[in-house]
Design a protein around this ligand. Structure first.
Ligand code: ADP
Length: 618
């Protein structure tokens, strides 16, 4: 029979063949061998398919598989390679040959050269070519699989990425070679199960590229169904998601880091909606993420009611303007149900175009810090007081002199008054005069004492408007005789129209007193030049009031200006070294600056500048 069949097939005026019921080639006629140049061995089984143009191979294979599976005749058009390498279009057709019982005993097929005929159908061809061009240019990896998952076709992108040919991809172990070993088992099992169902599915897997690197792909499978709803093939598109996945991994890492941070950290979207709140913050306020997700108001509910209004205002202003915010707010600590001060701040995170993508914030518990700061403030005030007492000790002689003078006057005038009154005919007018002088002296004395009281009592800082010229005059009145005793020639110059400053009068007087007594001390050993001491008050840079004390004393070393303000630095035998350090903290608490300069000639100049009080608004 086969002999007869081969004769018959050979005699047919075209390319013809027979195949076994399972689709394997049995005989190919001489015309087929002559045209393709394939030997019988090369064409055996499914080897003949390699004579078909790569772009048509899938279609032919598909058509042939469907013929065999359904036992029905089929036809398709495809390019077949001539032995000289030229492809020509053929119409392929296959029919089943049945035995008496109706079973297919073989397949008979033939192919007719339709190249010339197809030229007349050029537009159709070119649209097909376009389609194939499109598929090959798509940046996704496209696979077509048969119902068993066997690769029938891949587009150029797959071959470019893997560096494999269609033949390689069609090998049994292809997936073994390209899918990451850690993903292989999971993907294979899921895929095998899903291929049996008619619903689309997808997997994520790492695929080996020709550069030896694995990249993540999202692989989507979609079945093509026939009219009966049976799967005829699978279309598969794989998209490279490596960068996306890496970005996601990084984001996840960042979120994990945020949660692990031992500080309360959070982020909000550009419209101010809470986004990520880290575990520390949840722990602090004693809430769970799930609860806050359902009740976002739980976050603001932990703010102290007295701070809530201001906090809301600052928050929304910072979000709307994009400048973020920094505010001090009390939050309720769940652990002990106490409100504690926090520094709550946020900054805007922007993309390359400058658009805000998130606000990132943190809340730092500064309650202990605030208590420490208050304690520091109290300590500073006590130190300032001690420093004043020391100064008082130093000024005792001067103070005694200030008090003795009016006291002597009182005694003299009171005695004079008594003498006048003791006369036979007392001169009442003179007696009244001396009594008035007594009262004047007593008044002067009481003024000195009340100034002393004010300066040396341990009063809490009292802030108010101050006329610095007047305050300085008072200091001079108090220490004037001490300065004179030390041989200093004091000269003062106050600008007209000095603006008012706001601050603590006594504290600022203490600074001026320090600078004046230091200046006089620095001139104690100067004998070869006049001991000139000047104090000037003027306006500096329009917004500041500056007090300058200049002497012609021993001066200080060029490198040592900062050292002078350090606590306990003193070059004097009895010095405590706290005067300038206290002065600096007083000036800084008035938002000002204090500094020292060496004079060009001899001596030093110490100065401080503090902001003038803001001009009253209309
Ligand atoms: P004390 O007067 O107790 O030494 P201060 O803090 O007031 O403490 O001053 C620290 C040091 O700064 C002084 O010991 C002195 O060396 C230096 N100093 C202060 N004022 C002057 C000045 N006008 N000229 C030169 N040195 C000065």
């Amino acid at each position: 029979m086969s002999f007869e069949l081969s004769d018959l097939i050979d005699a047919l005026p075209g390319l013809a063949w027979s195949a076994l019921p399972d689709g394997c080639a049995e005989l190919l006629n001489q015309s087929w061998h002559d045209y393709t140049g394939f030997t019988a061995e090369e064409a055996a089984d499914r080897g003949w398919i390699h004579a078909i143009h790569l772009e048509d191979r899938l279609r032919v294979d598909n058509c042939w598989s469907s013929c065999v599976s359904y036992g029905e005749p089929r036809e398709t058009e495809a390019r077949l390679r001539r032995r000289d390498g030229v492809y020509r279009w053929f119409l392929f057709r296959a029919n089943p040959f049945r035995d008496k019982a109706g079973n297919i005993s073989r397949w008979l097929g033939f192919a007719i050269d339709i190249e010339d005929f197809r030229h007349r159908e050029e537009p159709l061809q070119s649209s097909e070519r376009n389609l194939s061009l499109i598929i090959n240019t798509i940046p996704s990896h496209i696979y077509v699989l048969n119902t068993e998952g066997f690769v029938q076709y891949v587009n150029q992108a797959v071959m470019d990425y893997t560096g494999l040919t269609l033949e390689d991809v069609q090998q049994e172990d292809y997936r073994d070679r390209v899918i990451h070993p850690e993903d292989f088992k999971r993907v294979r099992e899921g895929r095998a199960a899903s291929l049996k169902r008619t619903t689309p599915f997808s997997t994520e897997q790492r695929v080996l590229g020709k550069d030896g690197e694995y990249r993540w792909f999202l692989v989507r499978y979609k079945p093509l169904l026939d009219e009966q709803g049976r799967i005829t093939r699978w279309y598969v598109a794989a998209v490279d998601i490596e960068d996306h996945k890496r970005a996601l991994d990084q984001l996840q890492l960042l979120v994990n880091m945020m949660h692990a941070m031992p500080a309360a950290v959070w982020s909000v979207t550009p419209d101010g909606t809470p986004d990520i709140v880290n575990q520390s913050l949840y722990d602090y306020i004693g809430q769970t993420p799930e609860y806050v997700h359902r009740h976002p108001e739980a976050l603001t509910a932990t703010i102290h009611p007295d701070d809530l209004g201001a906090a809301r205002k600052t928050y929304w202003e910072g979000i709307r303007s994009g400048s973020g915010f920094a505010m001090e707010v009390r939050f309720l600590r769940a652990r002990d149900q106490t409100y504690r001060w926090h520094l709550n701040q946020a900054i805007a995170i922007r993309d390359q175009e400058g658009n805000i993508i998130r606000f990132l914030g943190n809340s730092t518990d500064i309650d202990d810090l605030r208590v420490a700061q208050e304690e520091l403030q109290t300590t500073r005030a006590s130190l300032a007081h001690v420093s004043r007492l020391i100064t008082m000790g130093e000024l005792t002689a001067s103070i005694a002199h200030e008090i003795t003078q009016p006291l002597t006057g009182i005694v003299i005038n009171a005695n004079a008054c008594l003498r006048i009154l003791a006369a036979d005919q007392p001169d009442l007018e003179r007696a009244r005069g001396t009594a008035r002088l007594t009262i004047r002296d007593a008044g002067r004395m009481s003024d000195v004492i009340s100034h002393l009281r004010a300066m040396f009592a341990n009063k809490k800082p009292a802030v108010g408007p101050i006329d610095l010229a007047e305050a300085t005059e008072e200091v001079i009145a108090l220490c004037g005789s001490d300065l004179r005793r030390k041989g200093a020639l004091l000269f003062s110059e106050f600008s007209n129209d000095l603006p008012v400053v706001v601050g603590d009068r006594i504290q600022l007087q203490q600074v001026i007193l320090n600078l004046l007594t230091n200046a006089a001390d620095a001139m104690l050993t100067v004998d070869d030049r006049p001991r000139e001491l000047s104090i000037k008050i003027g306006i500096d840079a329009d917004t500041l009031v500056r007090v300058t004390v200049r002497d012609s004393g021993v001066g200080f070393e060029s490198s040592g200006a900062d050292k002078l303000f350090a606590p306990f630095f003193s070059t004097k035998p009895q010095g405590m070294g706290i005067g300038l350090s206290v002065s600096r903290s007083i000036i800084e608490s008035h938002h000002g600056r204090i500094w020292a300069e060496r004079n060009e000639g001899s001596g030093a100049t110490f100065a401080f500048a503090i902001p003038r009080s803001p001009a009253p608004t209309e």
